[in-house]
Write a protein that binds this ligand. Structure first.
Ligand code: ARG
Length: 456
């Protein structure tokens, strides 16, 4: 069933119909479609383009369709090309001639631009809400672990000691930036394309300010050709979603490493792990692996839409119908991943003893030993060389810097005194890093306070 049969003398080929139709996926925004139509007809009535009585009758009909879809009384039929055709045809079927006035001064081009915007505008907020809940869990873990030592890594080699609070604090910052990206997108996208018509506006005296206001936009878009062909906001949203996935994927990778038999820094909860069909001993971090894996799928949506858009002349072209399925999939994927990830880290246990033991070996205090020499008058470059010799000595004897005797220290450099042991203890290494952003509990508590205020 079509809205545009007039100038055709032949039926469309069945395969063409299937190829052309979008109703199987754009029915996802039936509610936005009806909401947009309600604002449109309210405005048509106020402007005297149709009578107030007609406007009210159409509004009543549209509301009834919405109600019937939501309560299951009305099934969206895939006989129609798209959700716009379905709603309009159903309205006409139910209200007769008055329903035929709904589409006055409107095109499916501005209609679909509006529907997709309304749909994604809500989803930007929904993703933000998921991120907020994830941040609450991360903050809880930070607060409980300002003195839980672990090795910090560079090149996946032990580097300097940090704490769990500090490590999780890094992810707090990442997801905080993700939220601010979503906020920016929401601001920038919040202009209403309705009234742009097919591409060149209309000759009816539409009140675009009014429809924009009714639909919660900051105002109408300012160029009708751009209005129907702009998909930048989707590209920005998919880019922000890709960045969220990149962050989750890095975090997942760490969880997988920490959960490995070699590291044993954490233990995932049974509810968030899976077993093997053949190896009875296995408890696998499948959730983290799947989150890491699904990252590719979200990147795919971004690259897909960028590619779809790159050669499209102004204004609307049917290529743009391809903006939907990948975007919907990416949104659902990200929301699912953030939510599962949150549950996974909320329930996992830290193996503090292993983490601390790991921080203690591997010379994570070597920088602090060099700093000790600097504080005792040795230039840093020389101190670096001296500690390099200490490390070599320890590697040969298979001990750590803390295990060397003072006499051994002194044979390499006479400057060392008894206070070296305190200077390179794990506690000192962490607690003396006092600058803002560093891992000491003092600095960390200042940041935690800022994080708390941010989440309020
Ligand atoms: N299903 C179309 C889309 O998603 C709706 C707009 C159709 N407009 C048109 N002139 N064919 O883009």
């Amino acid at each position: 069933m079509k809205l545009w049969g007039g100038r055709f003398t032949k039926e469309t080929d069945k395969l063409v119909n299937n190829f052309n139709a979008s109703i199987s996926f754009d029915q996802k925004f039936y509610k936005q479609d009806i909401t947009g139509s309600l604002a449109h007809v309210e405005m048509l009535g106020k402007q005297g383009i149709i009578t107030e009585a007609e406007s009210l009758e159409i509004q009543k009909g549209l509301k009834a369709i919405l109600f019937d879809i939501e309560t299951g009384l009305l099934e969206i039929s895939d006989e129609y090309e798209d959700i716009h055709s379905f709603v309009e045809a159903t309205l006409i079927e139910r209200t007769g001639d008055v329903g035929k006035k709904l589409h006055t001064g409107r095109s499916r081009n501005d209609q679909v631009a509006l529907d997709m915007k309304l749909y994604t505008r809500d989803e930007v907020l929904a993703v933000d809400e998921e991120l907020k809940e994830l941040l609450q869990v991360i903050l809880r873990i930070m607060k409980e672990n300002t003195e839980t030592y672990m090795p910090g890594f560079t090149h996946l080699q032990k580097a300097q000691p940090v704490t769990i609070a500090h490590h999780f604090g890094a992810y707090f910052e990442m997801f905080k930036r993700d939220r601010s990206r979503l906020f920016d997108i929401h601001e920038r996208m919040n202009y209403c394309p309705l009234g742009a018509g097919a591409l060149a506006g209309t000759t009816y005296p539409l009140d675009r300010e009014l429809t924009a206001k009714l639909l919660g936009f900051a105002g109408p878009t300012l160029n009708s050709m751009d209005s129907v062909s702009d998909r930048d906001y989707l590209i920005e949203f998919l880019s922000a979603l890709s960045t969220i996935m990149m962050h989750l994927s890095r975090f997942s990778e760490e969880i997988i490493i920490w959960n490995s038999n070699e590291y044993r820094f954490i233990e995932l909860d049974d509810a968030y792990s899976t077993g093997s069909s053949i190896m009875p001993q296995k408890k696998n971090p499948d959730i983290a692996e799947l989150v890491r894996g699904k990252t590719g799928r979200v990147y795919g949506a971004l690259v897909s839409l960028l590619t779809t858009m790159k050669g499209i002349p102004l204004a609307y072209n049917k290529d743009m119908q391809e903006d939907k399925e990948f975007t919907f999939d990416a949104i659902d994927t990200v929301k699912g991943c953030v939510s599962l990830f949150k549950g996974m880290i909320d329930t996992m246990k830290f193996n503090n003893t292993n983490m601390e033991a790991s921080a203690k070996n591997g010379f994570t205090n070597a920088t602090d030993a060099a700093d000790y020499l600097v504080k005792n008058g040795i230039p840093f470059r020389d101190a670096h060389g001296i500690v390099g010799q200490l490390v070599l000595f320890c590697i040969e004897k298979n001990i750590s810097l803390d295990d060397m005797t003072l006499a051994e220290y002194k044979t390499i450099c006479p400057v060392f005194k008894e206070d070296i042991y305190e200077a390179i203890s794990l506690k000192t290494c962490v607690e003396k890093r006092l600058t803002i952003g560093a891992p000491s509990p003092t600095a960390m508590n200042q940041v935690i306070k800022i994080c708390e205020d941010y989440l309020k």
